[in-house]
Design a protein. Sequence first.
Length: 190
Amino acid sequence: MPFNTEADARVAERDEWPYAPAVGVGPLRFGMTVDEVVEAAEVLGQSSVSECPAGPAVFSPTWKIEVHRRGVAPSAPAVTAYASQAAGLFCVAADAVHGPQVAHDGLTLVGRDLSELERDAIAHAETVDGHFRYTPEGYAGPADPGVVMRGQRVGHVLRSRPLFMVTRDGAYTEWDSLPHEEYRNGQFHA
């Protein structure tokens, strides 16, 4: 993938985090409390915690933990994690520019041009005789239900901002569990 913009160049300097479906991503494990998320996220940088606005009555109170990289000028959070009172950590979003790089079965997911990611997801599925899936918004990604692809505008390009998830209290699917702050007409505006 050639780097064409200043934002692309920063993508090359990412930490690499492993992803294990239904277990976690990087140092973050699904089910962690807010305090455990803040402690684990210290490997990346400084965290701030805020309460999310009340959502549907089926969901227990939810907190947003924003993690900013050390040594980076004030910028968007590298990682945004969401934990509910009932389920603990249920969602981790990796910022397209500042977030760690995460791969799923060899397919890099963070900060990719969405059309290139779609092409690579199709090619990967054909190579391994596997599958890929589209989100309701039309973003391609792994067939893993714990990976919900989102778009984030970076300059004039729409980049991938994956959410790594498990279902939270009262939800049937990861899509149903999507935090309200991450559901903005298919695009996250940085």
